[in-house]
Ligand binder design. Structure first.
Ligand SMILES: NC(=O)c1ccc[n+]([C@@H]2O[C@H](COP(=O)([O-])OP(=O)(O)OC[C@H]3O[C@@H](n4cnc5c(N)ncnc54)[C@H](OP(=O)(O)O)[C@@H]3O)[C@@H](O)[C@H]2O)c1
Length: 238
């Protein structure tokens, strides 16, 4: 049986993806801060889910988590970092920016590094990060979130390059969703994909060991436009 670790699996994409992995025969370690939600998920298939109550912003406990997993499971085939936060911050209040930087940059880097080195020592493995279409350009309403996603996308590309050069068989996938109808999404907007549809496409990209995938697929077109639009035009629409 293959083992997977999904960090940030109490809701949204992480929860849905964990369900697809379990249905596909994986044993899945699910993490998050809300123990009641982890318990609810485990109750749906207690043999296949293992729960770890874990706050990624406690960096020491990230080390402990990986040590525990090594002892309990010996090997892990797939690690997904789905934890993420980000709120609009019109007044640039530091109290709002900081959690985004902590969760999406500091903790993400910590987990990416632990995962990569776990796979290097093990000789194989697949790391998946969920950045965003937001990684491509800036946004005046949610600056820390957009910048943190750019960081994630670049870091994941760096790890992809390292994996290619490594003697170990390491795959790295950067998932770039547009709008997905999860608790994180604020209100209704255009091209909002259901969590089910988006996550099915994410799992397909994982199985194909893609370097990068836009979710849903139509966001590839938006990515192209965003990458090439001059700032003078972009700021009029964002
Ligand atoms: N929804 C979208 O439109 C969209 C678009 C592009 C990218 N994304 C990205 O997709 C990823 C998943 O988001 P989602 O849409 O599925 O949102 P979500 O339903 O709000 O899920 C976020 C997950 O992150 C976990 N998390 C947050 N802070 C954490 C912490 N300190 N320690 C551990 N876990 C933490 C939450 O668990 P606990 O609260 O229980 O800890 C939860 O399981 C995020 O990285 C997000 O930026 C989402």
């Amino acid at each position: 049986m293959k083992n997977a670790l999904v960090i940030g699996a109490t809701s949204g994409i992480g929860k849905e993806l964990s369900g697809l992995l379990v249905a596909d025969g994986y044993k899945v370690v699910i993490t998050g801060r809300r123990e009641n939600l982890l318990q609810e998920i485990k109750a749906t298939d207690s043999e296949k889910y293992v729960i770890k109550v874990h706050d990624v912003n406690n960096l020491t406990s990230c080390d402990t988590l990986f040590l525990d997993l090594k002892n309990e499971f010996k090997t892990i085939d797939l690690i997904v970092y789905s934890s993420g936060v980000g709120d609009p911050n019109y007044e640039l209040e530091w109290e709002k920016e900081l959690p985004t930087l902590q969760t999406n940059i500091i903790a993400a880097t910590k987990i990416y590094g632990l995962a990569y080195n776990f796979f290097r020592k093990q000789g194989y493995g697949h790391l998946v990060g969920i950045s965003s279409i937001a990684s491509i350009r800036g946004n005046r309403h949610v600056p820390a979130y957009f910048a943190s996603k750019a960081f994630q996308a670049n870091y994941l590309e760096s790890l992809w390059m390292k994996g290619k050069r490594s003697k170990a068989e390491i795959y790295v996938t950067d998932i770039q969703p547009g709008f997905v109808d999860t608790p994180m999404a604020i209100g209704k907007t255009f091209w909002m994909a259901s969590t089910e549809k988006a996550t099915k496409q994410i799992y397909t990209a994982i199985k194909q060991k893609r370097k990068k995938a836009y979710i849903t697929k139509r966001w590839r077109m938006v990515a192209f436009v965003l990458r090439n639009a001059p700032s003078s035009l972009l700021f009029k629409f964002t």
